[in-house]
Design a protein around this ligand. Structure first.
Ligand code: FAD
Length: 276
């Protein structure tokens, strides 16, 4: 059986220290032969200049196939079009197309309302040049009050021309399988790759999860608390648990795994080592 496709997500560093950390992580994770890596984008232009620079470094210095994330909120057609041209000139063939979230205090909505509008724009303006990934939410997007409407909205992005999807991270495999079944019933056929968040810093994870609507099962939280400052036990437990989740997803038909690395190699590598 062919190995599942693996991809790694990084965020754009802003300081020299962060750049060195990314270089270290990218060099180590490259040994796992990722299909591609991706680099996030700050909505509202906050990392406008950092994402292309980081994509260039991942591509030219590390020799990785790097896919920029592009979020449309707060951006104009001209700005986003310019960035897409820049990515095309760099040789990027894959874009992760998102709506994004406006940072608080930034009121400028931009020319596009939803990710589906951005997907349509990329498809229309660049024909078939880019492979487009979009975001999927097995536990529902945090702003969606209607789970079924959220599924239909996901389908809109695929109908607009997305080639694949990467999910928000989750720790409950059933949510992923149910999501995939539901959207297949709506006629969505593109691959839906689970997003995996290895656990390194539990306090930080809890904060992220509240913001993005990912549920951390109570029993995991309780275990983490009970380990207290026993860092080795926390790491072992977290890696075992996340590796078992990955195995279950792959056994159940997931087409690959996309790791949210947070620019660290160790948590992702220790999950991959357990998966063999
Ligand atoms: P959309 O697909 O547009 O959906 C947003 C909300 O609008 C949903 O509730 C949806 O149900 C609703 N909706 C969609 N279409 C319609 C419609 N036609 N009518 C009514 N309602 C509609 N954020 C960043 O800022 N930078 C990143 O680099 C980044 N990378 C990410 C990568 C992945 C894999 C994931 C899963 C998320 C990422 N995010 C990123 C977070 C993402 O930007 C937020 O979750 C954001 O709130 C929604 O973006 P979206 O592309 O899913 O939006």
């Amino acid at each position: 059986m062919p190995s599942p496709a693996i991809s790694f997500e990084f965020y754009p560093p802003k300081t020299d220290e962060q750049r060195a950390q990314l270089d270290k992580a990218a060099a180590k994770l490259k040994s796992h032969n990722p299909d591609y890596v991706s680099c996030t984008f700050g909505a509202g232009g906050s990392t406008l200049s950092y994402t292309p620079e980081t994509v260039e470094r991942l591509h030219a210095y590390h020799g990785l196939d790097a896919a920029p994330h592009l979020s449309c909120v707060g951006g104009t057609r001209a700005e986003l079009g310019e960035l897409l041209l820049r990515y095309k000139a760099m040789g990027c063939r894959r874009i992760v197309a998102l709506r994004g979230d406006l940072p608080s205090g930034m009121g400028q909505a931009g020319d596009f309302r939803y990710a589906s509008d951005l997907v349509e724009f990329i498809r229309t303006e660049y024909d078939g040049f880019f492979h487009i990934e979009v975001a999927a939410y097995p536990e529902c997007h945090p702003q969606a009050d209607d789970a079924f409407a959220d599924l239909r909205n996901f389908k809109r992005k695929v109908d607009a021309g997305a080639n694949g999807a990467i999910t928000q991270y989750f720790y409950n495999a059933d949510a992923y399988f149910r999501f995939v079944d539901d959207v297949r019933r709506l006629g969505v056929e593109v691959p839906i790759v689970p997003g995996i968040m290895p656990i390194s810093n539990f306090t930080q994870l809890r904060r992220f999860s509240e913001a993005c609507g990912a549920e951390i099962p109570r029993w995991i939280g309780k275990r983490m608390q009970a380990f207290g400052d026993d860092v080795d036990s926390v790491r072992d437990f977290a890696s075992d648990f996340v590796a078992a989740l990955c195995q279950r997803l792959l056994d159940g038909g997931a087409p690959g795994l996309h790791f949210y690395t947070l620019n660290l190699s160790r948590p992702t590598s220790s999950v991959l080592a357990r998966l063999g």
